[in-house]
Structure formats: structure tokens, C-alpha cells
Design a protein around this ligand. Structure first.
Ligand SMILES: [Zn+2]
Length: 836
């Protein structure tokens, strides 16, 4: 083989980052890599629980060095985490992280799968995880993915033998993989799946171990490695001008919402994988050792190999189109092989290679980024053959309509442009993440179509079929319809083309609290997604609630414009939790969705249609004090929640804190992880403690303890040590220890009922030791664990009070949990109580 253009190829990797959706433009080096992969018939599946669990070094090594078909199965989409780059949380964070995984795979060359399991938040033990997930359903999904992907080797990120030592989701992923390895081959397991796939037995199961599973590098050095394979994943790829580790770092740097941007590394680096099931390879540096990964693996494959190995050995980097006749012969030979699994994969791979060697550019672009069911849209087609190969375009069709039928000879570098029209069927589905279309449970998404399960994202709204003739031989090439435009400051941008409703409606707030019986004005924003939308908006509400005018007309002239309609909503006189939702009635259709757009440079733009609804809460709450000072930490929505119940909340900029500047506040609240993320605060802590001494009321929410604890000795006026103790079960029983303390009596009497309806968890990073000045108010525990009494601690100091709490108010208040509001009002009111 000849390798003349070695130096140009590193550029490609960085270009992919700029536009996540642009069609990939293959260099000769990319084509050669694809041919090497075409000639490797083996596959590996990596299994873990979350976006970012995956070892991109190993995935990239398997895909790029070994040339295996490689995939990562992340059981969840990572909805339960934090977001460092934007406001998306929960389902929307799951959509963002799904796309970050896909961005990582575009770089390391892997594929991506998911199960229906929902990342419901931190879980201490797989027993809890597998109770909240539907274990049978997740196991069935893992088996479904193994049966479809048919991996020769499966690699677990986590150890199935050490429950309790890491996140319960992690251990569960390994346990389910361990079980699925054999069950995938059992026809009695989930037999309904066998209507559309067959049983499969992977050959080997590994655990991707590391010294940190052993506690120290020292211990790992001494560990028995007789069942371990040692892979040097630091290889260099001269055709691309990068090391495997550089690709891996760039891939994992796509997890930007988790703050994973990191430096690239180079040089030799080892990965250890321990055999759990199957036969140990003789060659301890080849996980496929003993598995036939050549064309002779499949019946009829030898004929294919004869043609395609020859191309690999004599690849012409300067003129790849020279190989077209052989590639067509290879394609014909692939059509003859018996193995339907490999036939489908290799056919697709070869179709891509055939287009690439000819520099064939086929693109279908819509004039707008979205349209609606029942519309007619114009699509521009660009067809260009950048080689001297004999290529004709025969027809273009959708799955239902033949759009154009004329033989068009594509002459070398002569662009063909033409327009076609597509009727969007009235019953066409909207484009939105498929796993959010139906209401799920805490632990599971609901997906009704078995064939969607496992897929990373909703398939393209429209795919066009281009019937092409290469040297007189017909090959059908599928292309999605895309939207492209340019921005002066960014250049060309590609977006998915989407089917969306004619209009959508949304509320500003997801929870609205009524602290008394006064009505509130509720603004509803209608967004037009086509020109001239005219219709009515109806506000639906629950029993006991009243609205000034239930149905209001609206008219919007231009697509993209918005209109706000205000409804006056009066709550009932007694405590109540309810939901309100808008229904748009337009052209005889009813639409009750809101549209959320997720837009970042490193992922394709995402449109998410969610049920439009807001929780409305009539709360019986007493409160004292009025002026609250809030010091932001890592970001929470508590200030907005406090404003909703009538507090005046001022954000305090820590740089402005000085002696006496805080006296005007009835209480000061420190946001979550403030001391972890705001360095300035450590220098201003003495003023906060002085504020307490002078009669102030300071409420500090959770901070995390690092390896050596929080690096400050005056977090509280008295010694207090933060631990990693947490109570993750949001329904766990709470005992009131200090029954007569003001915090549970004034101005609201706190009872067991106030701990009903909490979300996600009780609290986290509770102190585990405190000095005698503190009074613990509550105790609680997860099932089977000792009671923890550090969730809410209070100590008088000078004339004031200091409160430290790891209770998850930052989750409960924005979720409209009434008991959490009442308890928090008591925390804020403590100063007034002690000064009575
Ligand atoms: Zn994880």
C-alpha cells in the first residue's frame, strides 16, 4: 500500500467539532480506514450505566486500531446529574447527554445504545437500583441489544462482584450484563424479541479493571493477573496524525455538561481487562484471539474477501476512484452471502465507501428547519460526481412516493441541482426524542415500539432513497433531509430537519405557589411554527380552581413569532396541589405540547416536545421576616421559590460583604456547594458569623467534603464535620428528634405529613460529627442502614442562630413540595422566634 498524504489527516478530527451535523467528508485516509474496517468481521460491546462512564481509550482502540465494530451501551441517558453549561435538567439533561455521547462516538468511531432505564439519581446499592428500575425490562433491553448487535466480546466497565462499593447503577450495569451474556442465547428468554432478531452467544465477557478498583497502584501490581489481558491503547495512527489517547481525550471532552473538557495525552498506556466468561485468549494482547474475524467467517465470504483484501493491499491514495469497479464486484459478492447480519452491515459500509471513492456528493436540503403534518415542502437536491466514474441518478423517492424518475448522467464535477416537492402526511409523527413521547415512571421510560428500544435517538423525519447507477450497476443510497444555513459569525450550520406542530404553548414557571387565596396572573406563551396561525387557547385546570376566561382567541401572522395570553387563576381556600395545562385548538387539531430547544455548538440542535403543564399549589403557610439575603453557590432555584411565597430576596455578591453590610437581612441563605465553588466566600465567612453573633439567622445548605474535608475551619461557629452520608430514598421515614424546638413548631407545626411527596432524595453530605452546641432536629435513614441525625442542625451563636442542612431543599422547593416549604419557612423565621 502507498501512504503519501500522511500529513493532512489530523485536521479532520478538529473540523468535526465545529459542526456536529454536517455530512462527513472523507479523505483518502478515511476511506482506507473504512476499507480496513470493512475487512474486519468482529464486534465488541462496552457496557456501563451513564454518559461519561465509558472508557473512550478502549472504545477508540477497538474501533480504530483493532478495526472492530464497537459500541457503548449506556443503560441510562444521565438525566439525574448536574449541568455545568446550561439550564437543562432531568429529561432535558438526558437529551443533552445523549447527544454528547453521540458526539463522542463520532470522534472515537463507536456506535451508541441505551436501554429504557432512567437515571433517577444517586443509588447506594444495586438492590435499590434494580427495584426502582424494572429489572426484567432493563435485562430484556440488554439482551435485545446483544441479540441485535451480536458482539463477539462484551466488556463491563464495572465489577459485578462488589455491590455497595460504587453507584448502584454502576454495579447493576455489570450484574445485568453478566446475566444477559448467557440468557441472550436462550430462546425461552424474551421470545417475543425473536420475531425480529435471533438468539446470540457472545464468546467472551470481560471486566475493564483498573488499579482504582484495587485501592492503590501498589495493590494492583501485586494482584493475580493470570486472567487479565493487557492492551497498550496508546498506539499512534500515522494516517491520521494522532495517538489513540488524543482521539479518546477529544471524545470524552464532548461530555461538556459534566465538565469533562480535558487535555489530550500521548504515549504508551495500558488497559487491563479481566476475563469473566468464555475462554482466555492465547494471545494476551488480542481480545479477538481465536475468533474468526476474516471474511471466511461467513458462508460465501471468501469470494468477498478475495476482492476486498486486494483493494486494501493496493489502495491508491491519490486516485481512490480507480477502485470503483472492484468495489462494485465486492458489493455484488456481498449480496450473495448467507449471513443476513453481516450482509446488512457490510452492504451499508460498502455503499458509503463507493460514494466516498467517487467523491459523490448527494444532499437533500429543506428551505426551512421544520414543517408540520399536512404541509407541502420544497427540497433542494444537489448531486455531484467528483470523479471520472460512470454514475447516473435514476430516481429519488420517499418510502411512499416516487418523486422524480429520470436518468440523469452525473458528469465529472458538473453539479446537478433540482427541486422536488414532498407532501408531509397528516399523520406524520412529530420529531422529538422518542423515549419522552409517553409518560414514564421514576425508574423507566415508556417505549411502545420494540424496534426503537436501544436506538440512541429518534430516526430522521425523512429519508430519501437515491437510486444510483455505478458503472451500470444499481445501488440505492439513503440520505436524510437536512437543513443548512449560515451565520456570519459561525459559517455554515447544519440542523436536523424536523416535523413539529403548527403552534406550541408554554408556561414561564413549572411550579406556581399560592401562599394565600389571592389570584395570580398566569402568562401562557404561544409560539407559531407556521405562518398565519389562528385559533383558540384553552386553559385546563383542576377542581376548586377558577379562571377569569377559560378560552381565549389568538392570531399570529409570522412563523417563529410569539404571543402571550394572560389568565387570572384563583386558588381554592384550602391546601391543594393541582396541574394546569393549555390546549391550542387550530385547524381542527388540539395541541398540548411545549417546544424546548437545546442548542450548543458541540451537538446538533435538539427540539423536544413535552406535555405543557404547570403544577399549581395552594399552600397553607405561616412565615415571619421578609428580607432574605441569598448567596449563590453552584446554582439552585431557591430564590425564585422564596419569591413565589412572598419573600423579598436579594442576591448577595460575596465581594461586597463587609462588616455590618448584612444586618438588614432577616435571614441569609447560602446556596448549595457555595463554599466549594465560591472562593471569595471563605474570606468573608467571618462577616457571616459576625452577622449571626449580632442576632442574624444564617442557613447554610450542603457542601461536599473532599478527600480532606472542606478546606476551612470556620464553616460553622463550632466544630462540624461534613461526611458523605446521604439518604437517597425520598420516601424514607423521618423522625422528629427535637419535638419542642422552634424549627419544627414555629410558625408552622411540622408533622410527618410534611415529609410526604418529596422528590429524588431526602438529602446529602450530612455532617456526621458536631460539637455539643448543635441540636439535631431530625433523623432518617435508608432501608437497612443506621439512622442519621445530621440532616438539620442548629446552634445558637451570640444573639443569633446558625443552621446547617443537607436536606435537599434545592430539589423540593422548585418541585412545589408543600412540607419542604413549611419547614424552610420555619428555618427563615427562627430569628424572630428567638427575639420574641
Ligand atoms: Zn456513572
Amino acid at each position: 500500500m502507498r501512504l503519501p498524504w500522511v500529513f493532512f489527516f489530523g485536521i479532520l478530527l478538529s473540523c468535526q467539532l465545529i459542526d456536529a451535523q454536517a455530512p462527513k467528508k472523507n479523505t483518502s485516509s478515511d476511506i482506507f480506514h473504512s476499507i480496513q474496517k470493512l475487512n474486519f468481521l468482529g464486534s465488541a460491546l462496552y457496557i456501563a450505566a451513564h454518559p461519561d462512564d465509558e472508557n473512550t481509550r478502549l472504545i477508540s482502540y477497538l474501533s480504530n486500531e483493532v478495526k472492530a465494530k464497537t459500541a457503548y451501551l449506556s443503560l441510562t441517558r444521565g438525566d439525574g446529574g448536574q449541568n455545568l453549561i446550561g439550564s437543562e435538567l432531568r429529561e432535558l439533561l438526558g437529551v443533552l447527554r445523549t447527544q454528547e455521547l453521540l458526539a463522542a462516538r463520532r470522534i472515537d468511531g463507536g456506535e451508541q445504545f441505551f436501554t429504557r432505564a432512567n437515571d433517577f439519581g444517586y443509588s447506594k446499592h444495586p438492590n435499590e437500583t434494580l427495584k426502582i428500575w424494572n429489572k426484567e425490562a432493563v435485562l430484556s433491553d440488554v439482551i435485545w441489544i446483544i441479540r441485535n448487535f451480536k458482539p463477539d466480546v462484551v466488556i463491563n466497565r464495572f465489577d459485578h462482584r462488589s455491590p455497595g462499593s460504587t453507584h448502584g447503577h454502576h454495579t447493576s450495569s455489570a450484574m445485568l450484563s453478566f446475566e444477559a451474556f448467557d440468557l441472550a442465547n436462550n430462546p425461552n428468554m424474551y421470545p417475543e424479541q425473536l420475531k425480529s432478531t435471533d438468539v446470540w452467544q457472545p464468546k467472551r465477557l470481560f471486566f475493564n479493571t483498573s488499579w482504582w478498583f484495587y485501592g492503590s497502584e501498589d495493590k494492583f501490581q501485586k494482584a493475580d493477573k493470570s486472567k487479565m489481558i493487557d492492551l497498550d491503547v496508546g498506539v499512534y495512527y500515522p494516517l491520521r496524525g494522532v495517538s489513540n489517547n488524543e482521539i479518546a481525550s477529544l471524545a470524552s471532552s464532548q461530555h461538556l455538561c459534566q465538565g469533562f473538557g480535558r487535555l489530550a495525552t500521548r504515549g504508551s498506556e495500558n488497559e487491563y481487562i479481566e476475563l469473566l466468561k468464555g475462554v482466555l485468549p492465547n494471545n494476551k494482547s488480542d481480545i479477538f484471539d481465536g475468533i474468526n474475524t476474516t471474511w471466511s467467517r461467513v458462508e460465501g465470504g471468501e469470494a468477498v474477501g478475495k476482492i476486498l483484501y486486494e483493494i486494501e493491499s493496493n489502495f491508491d491514495f491519490a486516485q481512490p476512484s480507480k477502485h470503483l469497479p472492484q468495489l462494485i464486484e465486492g458489493y455484488k459478492a456481498i449480496l450473495q452471502i448467507k449471513d443476513e447480519h453481516w450482509k446488512k452491515i457490510k452492504k451499508q459500509e460498502l455503499e458509503d465507501i463507493i460514494q466516498s471513492v467517487c467523491g459523490l456528493y448527494l444532499e437533500a436540503t429543506a428551505a426551512e428547519s421544520n414543517t408540520y403534518p399536512g404541509s407541502n415542502i420544497a427540497i433542494d437536491i444537489e448531486a455531484l460526481n467528483r470523479s471520472n466514474a460512470d454514475i447516473n441518478l435514476i430516481s429519488v423517492s420517499t418510502s411512499t412516493d416516487n418523486l422524480i424518475n429520470k436518468k440523469l448522467a452525473l458528469k465529472e464535477n458538473k453539479k446537478e441541482l433540482f427541486q422536488i416537492n414532498i407532501n408531509v402526511p397528516n399523520n406524520k409523527d412529530y420529531t422529538s426524542p422518542y423515549w419522552l413521547n409517553n409518560k414514564g415512571t421514576t425508574g423507566m421510560y415508556t417505549v411502545k415500539d420494540q424496534n426503537l428500544i436501544g436506538k440512541p435517538e429518534t430516526p430522521n423525519a425523512f429519508e430519501l432513497n437515491f437510486e444510483m447507477e455505478f458503472n451500470g450497476f444499481t445501488i440505492n443510497i439513503k440520505k436524510p433531509i437536512v437543513y443548512r444555513y449560515s451565520k456570519p459569525e459561525k459559517g455554515e450550520i447544519y440542523q436536523p430537519f424536523e416535523i413539529l406542530p403548527e403552534a406550541t404553548a408554554s408556561f414561564k414557571d413549572k411550579v406556581i405557589i399560592f401562599a394565600n387565596s389571592e389570584p395570580k396572573e398566569i402568562p401562557v406563551t404561544i409560539k407559531a411554527l407556521k405562518d398565519n396561525v389562528k385559533g383558540e387557547l384553552q386553559l385546563c385546570f383542576g377542581k376548586g380552581w377558577k379562571v377569569d376566561q377559560e378560552i381565549k382567541p389568538f392570531e399570529i401572522a409570522k412563523k417563529g413569532d410569539q404571543r402571550i395570553l394572560n389568565f387570572l387563576l384563583t386558588p381554592p381556600s384550602t391546601e391543594d396541589e393541582n396541574y394546569i395545562s393549555p390546549i391550542i385548538k387550530v385547524d381542527g387539531k388540539e395541541i398540548s405540547k411545549e417546544l424546548i430547544e437545546i442548542s450548543y455548538d458541540h451537538i446538533p440542535k435538539q427540539s423536544v416536545l413535552m406535555p405543557s403543564e404547570t403544577k399549581v399549589v395552594r399552600l397553607n403557610i405561616n412565615k415571619n421576616g421578609e428580607n432574605i439575603g441569598y448567596i449563590n453557590g453552584a446554582g439552585d432555584e431557591i430564590p425564585e421559590s422564596l419569591k413565589q411565597i412572598g419573600y423579598k430576596v436579594d442576591k448577595i455578591d460575596p465581594t461586597t460583604i463587609q462588616a455590618g453590610s448584612l444586618a438588614k437581612f432577616d435571614a441569609i441563605v447560602v446556596g448549595i456547594r457555595a463554599y466549594n465553588v465560591v472562593d471569595e466566600l471563605k474570606f468573608k465567612q467571618r462577616y457571616l458569623l459576625d452577622y449571626v453573633k449580632e442576632g442574624g439567622n444564617l442557613i447554610v445548605q450542603y457542601n461536599t467534603a473532599g478527600r480532606n474535608g472542606l478546606d476551612m475551619d470556620n464553616l460553622a461557629p463550632y466544630p462540624l464535620s461534613i461526611s458523605r452520608d446521604r439518604v437517597t430514598d425520598e420516601t424514607s421515614k423521618v423522625n422528629i428528634l427535637a419535638k419542642t424546638h422552634a424549627l419544627v413548631n414555629y410558625p408552622n407545626k411540622i408533622t410527618q405529613n410534611d415529609f410526604n411527596g418529596w422528590v429524588q432524595e431526602r438529602g446529602l453530605y450530612f455532617p456526621d460529627e458536631w460539637s455539643k452546641e448543635f441540636t439535631p432536629i431530625l433523623s432518617m435513614n435508608d432501608e437497612g442502614e443506621p439512622a442519621l441525625s445530621g440532616s438539620l442542625l442548629v446552634a445558637p451563636y451570640g444573639k443569633g442562630n446558625y443552621i446547617y442542612t443537607g436536606l435537599s431543599f434545592f430539589r423540593e422547593l422548585p418541585a412545589g413540595v408543600t412540607g419542604a416549604y413549611r419547614l424552610f419557612a420555619n428555618l427563615l423565621s427562627l430569628k424572630q422566634e428567638t427575639q420574641k
